[in-house]
Design a protein around this ligand. Sequence first.
Ligand SMILES: [Zn+2]
Length: 111
Amino acid sequence: MEPTTRIEQWEFVHRRLARAKQLIEAGLLETAQGEHGPVYLCRSQTDPTTIYVVQRESCPCPDRFHIDGRKLCKHILARLIVEEQIPLAKIGQEPWPRHQKNGHTRGKERP
Ligand SMILES: [Zn+2]
């Protein structure tokens, strides 16, 4: 199923982000040293005998979801979380720490 509205599209992303966190918590994403840098391997949740080699913008899993022309599955998001060293505790939590400037919190709007 493809999202038909912008909001639905973001809802799809949100769900995948939550699942990406679960993948990492379950220890299904592993990093190995490849010839050209780290390689991200993710074991399928539905079939433990299947392992996906997760690239930054592509993944061989059956998820067809794309956003702005780029594939975005839970495996790619899980790779991003690990690569960018985002603490798992932050994902799905409110609020993210604000950027501080001169001791004041910028902006009044909640994210
Ligand atoms: Zn994938």
